[in-house]
Ligand binder design. Structure first.
Ligand SMILES: Cc1ncc(COP(=O)(O)O)c(C=O)c1O
Length: 359
């Protein structure tokens, strides 16, 4: 059975209600006009093939490796459904994005975790992952950028994880929904998909976070043949086939995605360094200092659970941040600079500072 996702339930309560949004972890919504392409015909069956080809071209892989999905959320579900039987285990990073755990549990899997530690700049330490693996492990699961800290994953580490998994006949699942933010691909091709690093790597992604197209649910699984086959079967079992309009719009969006990459780059500007400089002025807080991306993690030593304070700041000051308690870090908050223009961001940060200065 699928348990409730506490984080999503909390966000639904507060999303859109605070004038200063430092919580949304994706680019502001893009319109079809931003894409600079005409709306496609919505009744052409050839769109299904075009979408698969467009996903492959964007990710610089072959169409045989692609299963289109409804956003990364659905891609995670399909990837899990393709590899997990009840009682199987996965090893997921902690702190982490709750749905990666809930979806696996919903399919009857057992979730073990490995730590990404602040003292190690939240990088993935392969030896610690290896220590968490058992004969029942079917997948090692990581995010890039790491949600909630924004830490990045390098190719060498992913290859090491793939070798650890390979020795057990398991997979590495890389949720790369944020990965294009490392260097937004204005060429329209994302060349760094983890799928290309080893045969047992499965990558999931979408046009949600980096490009502002989340409402269109344009996602995918990239995997080896047996995963493509089983994820495709899971898709058929759960919805028959994806909507034709999803395929038609997705193919056009992907063909023009370079324009949205440029838009995102312009909207992000130098806001990451604005937040990093501000974080330095907070004597008790520690900043995860992500090297790219649109969010990072602030922690306060000895603060206890920040959730009540964060809720009072929404009510009292109109500032919305993500309580990191939902990611397994009660004394932290995730702060995003994706949506506010720079002057509003600076105003929000100055209103937020007292929350992090108070004892
Ligand atoms: C790590 C991670 N994966 C997946 C998703 C969901 O992506 P999508 O909106 O494309 O379903 C999110 C959303 O916050 C996320 O943080």
């Amino acid at each position: 059975m699928f348990g409730p996702t506490r984080y999503i339930a909390w966000m639904t309560r507060f999303f859109g209600k605070a004038p200063f949004d430092l919580a949304t972890s994706g680019m502001p919504r893009a319109t079809w006009t931003d894409l600079g392409a005409p709306e496609p015909a919505l009744d052409d069956l050839a769109a299904y093939g075009r979408l698969t080809e467009a996903i492959a071209s964007y990710n610089d892989c072959s169409a045989a490796e692609v299963v289109p999905a409804l956003g990364t959320s659905n891609a995670i579900f399909l990837a899990y459904a393709a590899m997990l039987e009840p009682g199987d285990e996965i090893v997921v990073e902690h702190p982490g994005y709750e749905p990666l755990t809930r979806a696996a549990q919903g399919l009857g899997a057992v979730v073990r975790t490995f730590e990404r530690r602040e003292s190690e700049t939240f990088r993935v330490v392969p030896e610690r992952v290896a220590a968490a693996i058992t004969p029942r492990t079917r997948a090692i699961v990581v995010t890039h950028h790491h949600n909630p800290t924004g830490a990045v994953l390098d190719d060498a580490t992913i290859r090491e994880l793939a070798a650890i998994a390979e020795a057990r006949g398991a997979y590495v699942l890389v949720d790369e929904v944020y990965a294009p933010l490392e260097d937004l691909p204005e060429s329209g091709v994302f060349r760094r998909s983890a799928r290309k690093l080893a045969s047992n790597v499965i990558a999931v992604g979408s046009l949600t976070k980096c490009y502002g197209l989340g409402m269109h649910r344009l996602g995918w699984v990239l995997g080896p043949p047996e995963i493509v086959e089983r994820a495709g079967a899971a898709l058929i079992a759960t919805c028959g086939h994806l909507p034709l309009a999803h395929a038609a719009r997705g193919a056009v969006a992907l063909a023009n995605i370079g324009k949205l990459a440029a838009r995102s780059r312009a909207l992000i500007g130098d806001k990451r360094s604005v937040v990093a400089s501000w974080a330095e002025t907070l004597p008790r807080a520690r900043w995860s200092a992500p090297p790219s991306g649109i969010f990072g993690l602030l922690t306060l030593d000895g603060a206890g659970d920040l959730l009540p304070r964060i809720e009072s700041w929404i009510e009292g000051h109109g500032i919305l941040v993500s309580p990191a308690t939902f990611f397994g870090v009660p004394n932290g908050l995730r702060l995003s600079w994706a949506t506010l223009p720079r002057p509003r961001l600076e105003e929000a940060l100055s209103k937020l500072a007292p929350l992090l200065l108070a004892k």
